[in-house]
Ligand binder design. Structure first.
Ligand code: PLP
Length: 398
């Protein structure tokens, strides 16, 4: 009998697992079969028929050559992305400034692989996108949870506070998220500029996954690239482009910085079918992005109506809304689920996050919220007999 047969597989795995990963929980937004799924900030609209036809034809074209590896440099995709991002931001960009991978999560991973790791520190401003610390830690990087909200008590991040935290922690990498997930609001460029000034030798990542949904006049950090070789702006086709299933994320940054990413990416990391889908989609960007205005209208409706229902929303530049005023967010999450509406518990005491989707989805969500018993709502000073106390800190729902 082998010496390992009495030991369970779980024990064997745990014993061998890296010390820093033991006891960690995996990313786990629930993928439940529910009528109204508003928990992962996907675009609720199907890919339109003209784009489906273009994608199908493009994938058929590459199918015959799948015996060969894809273009390792993904030049056509990067060219198309440079063209799109130039048009979207008004900042001229060239192919050698664009990088792409399987979702912006993989782009972020490339950045941490190249610039993070053991002995390195990354700083983010919490609450923000949970994969920033997750990716940093899985690469052995020390994560520092910076704060937002000082001195206002809201979720805003001021230039002064961001710069002060950067100076205090001296991180190798700084993560900014604009519009910020889960709070929804975009950053003023003076915050990005203050971080760049405070950390001239650090990699500054501005995650703009939701940029296309921002309110008019919101500038992109792409406009700061020319003067800052250690600044990168990450974007995705998962949200506004309604292509979460295609897995295509990208960044804009200095050509020299992209060379560093070539050291860590796996060879041929972006498959031919993925490149074909991305190219077909980018050739039909106007058609795909047609839903953006409709989604923004639902977002603004959610903000207005949640406020009227007594659940204060955070102003949003994204395709989701964070709302508060809850006595017990996990309990409200469960009650909404029982109404067939799946939202996101992001682990913030008293808050939940809802994605803005179709008008029918908004109807269902708002109806479910309106049906919540009063006991879900934290009493406000305007209520007749206030009994509320601040909610206790809570863990995110699995
Ligand atoms: C802020 C932010 N960045 C990046 C991502 C990752 O997107 P993807 O990997 O689908 O491009 C998400 C997904 O929800 C996000 O919210």
């Amino acid at each position: 009998m082998s010496p390992t047969t009495q030991v369970s597989a779980a024990d064997l795995v745990t014993a061998l697992l890296r010390d820093d990963l033991r006891g960690q929980t995996a990313y786990g937004a629930p993928q439940l079969d529910v009528a109204v799924r508003l928990n992962t900030n996907e675009n609720s609209y199907d890919v339109p028929p003209d784009v489906v036809a273009a994608i199908t034809a493009a994938v058929a074209d590459v199918a015959v050559h799948l015996n060969r590896y894809p273009d390792r440099e993904l030049v056509s995709v990067r060219k198309a992305l440079a063209h799109y991002l130039t048009g979207q931001t008004g900042v001229p960009l060239t192919v050698d400034q664009l990088w792409a991978a399987n979702g912006s999560n993989e782009v972020l991973q490339h950045l941490v692989q190249a610039f993070g790791g053991a002995g390195r520190t990354a700083l983010g401003f919490t609450p923000a996108y949970s994969m920033h610390p997750n990716i940093a830690r899985t690469m052995g990087t020390t994560w520092v949870d910076g704060t937002r909200g000082a001195p206002s008590g809201t979720f805003d991040l001021t230039a002064e506070s961001a710069a002060e935290q950067v100076r205090a922690y001296q991180p190798h990498l700084v993560f900014l998220c604009s519009p910020n997930n889960p709070t929804g609001t975009a950053l003023d460029l003076d915050v990005v500029q203050a971080v760049l000034d405070a950390a001239p030798r650090s990699l500054v990542v501005v995650d703009e996954a939701y940029a296309e949904f921002a309110r008019p006049g919101t500038p992109s950090a792409v406009s700061l690239l020319a003067d800052h070789p250690l600044l990168v702006v990450t974007r995705t086709m998962s949200k506004a482009f309604a292509l979460a299933g295609a897995r295509l994320g990208y960044l804009a940054g200095a050509p020299e910085l992209l060379d560093a990413l070539r050291l860590v990416r796996l060879p041929y990391h972006l498959s031919d079918p993925t490149q074909a889908v991305a190219l077909a989609a980018l050739a039909h960007d106007a058609s795909l992005l047609r839903t953006v205005e409709a989604i923004k209208a639902q977002r603004d409706r959610i903000v207005a109506e949640l406020g009227a229902l007594g659940y204060p929303p955070v102003p949003s530049d994204a395709n989701f809304v964070l709302f508060g005023g809850l006595v017990d967010a996990p309990a409200t999450w469960q009650t909404l689920l029982e109404h067939g509406v799946l939202v996101r518990d992001v682990g913030l005491a008293g808050y939940l996050r809802v994605t803005a989707g179709t008008p029918a989805e908004t109807d269902a969500f708002l109806a479910a919220v309106a049906d919540l018993p009063d006991s879900h709502r934290r009493p406000t000073p305007a209520d007749p007999s206030p009994t509320g106390s601040p909610p206790l800190p809570q863990e995110p729902h699995p």
